[in-house]
Write a protein that binds this ligand. Sequence first.
Ligand SMILES: Cc1ncc(COP(=O)(O)O)c(C=O)c1O
Length: 400
Amino acid sequence: MGFISDSLNRIQPSATIAISNKAMTLKAEGRDVIGLAAGEPDFDTPQNIKDAAIKAIQAGKTKYTAVDGIPELKKAIVDKFKRENGLDYKPSQVTVGTGGKQVLFNALMATVNPGDEVIVPAPYWVSYPDIVMLAGGTPVFVEGKLENGFKLQAADLEKAISPKTKWLILNSPSNPSGAAYSRAELKALTDVLVKHPHVWVLSDDMYEHLVYDDFQFTTPAQVEPALYERTLTMNGVSKSYCMTGWRIGYGAGPEPLIKAMAKLQSQSTSNPSSIAQWAAVEALNGPQGFIGENNTVFKQRRDLVVAMLNQAKGISCPTPEGAFYVYPSCHGCIGKTAPSGNVIRNDEDFVTELLAAEGVAAVHGAAFGMSPFFRISYATATNVLEDACNRIQRFCGNLR
Ligand SMILES: Cc1ncc(COP(=O)(O)O)c(C=O)c1O
């Protein structure tokens, strides 16, 4: 009998973290590497947020707190949901975890039994299937086709629902595709869900604020109030507030679910960092203007990257509505030979050869459940992105 548990053996380490680490190692060895694999803004945390954390330390707010969040942060989250999403929650319906990842983890671990199915639209964020499998559940993948902007279609959702379906995970704007659902597109999906009262909705709104071209963000519980009683609306400060290292995520939903999640957290990590919680209070209550300023830069970068990738031979790159990722197809490069002499059989070969030949680290689409694509994060300085895209163009042009 192996020492490592069966449940752990069911899952894989995060592919995005593995590739980011590989790029960092190569860089440390002196290689000229551009890492486009990490999913975090290159902008610094705003000063008022840092100051709030320093103040919290100086005021001695350095002790254990309530397991799933201090009242001040829960109040700030309640206010945020009301102000930005038109959603009414009580503080007892709110939970705070160590990053959005823990909130998702808690929700799935607290509810999924062996044999339960969780619908995961592909391409998906790498962690969803593994958390479902760790809990003993079965991820049911439904592909959002390139021609539909990578978005789940109502008819495909209907087909995927079975008596065993426990959750649908929706992530808009999406990591990895950047696709975001309009109100009408979400309504088409919520109309299906209304007919299936046993299916809960886990809405991962992590990239809510990162939308471009006047796109209007909406979330399922807002679009269809009938789903409020079975929706966990999850969000966090990591991406919009440039706070990936602070590790604060949150969610709101029905009280019994929130209590179950707190119970699990009480026996695992307890409260998220007290200092980071005070920083998050300032993030949510403080000035929001920098988000728009950052978005102006992100939009310029998105447009640059999309235009340059579409000039690369064999690459086709749609323009996403949000987040800071593009998810181009490398279909036209499959079957060709790289400078190393190796044939590119799939998207994993494509990113491996690209890293070897040009020192550009991207993540293969297979890691997100849809091939042959790759993901590029454009949360990197504009001149670096330009250099990276020139290298990709050269790489594609040199394939034989
Ligand atoms: C779609 C999505 N959800 C959740 C998370 C987790 O965020 P956090 O860093 O707050 O745990 C990420 C981070 O990459 C993400 O891309």
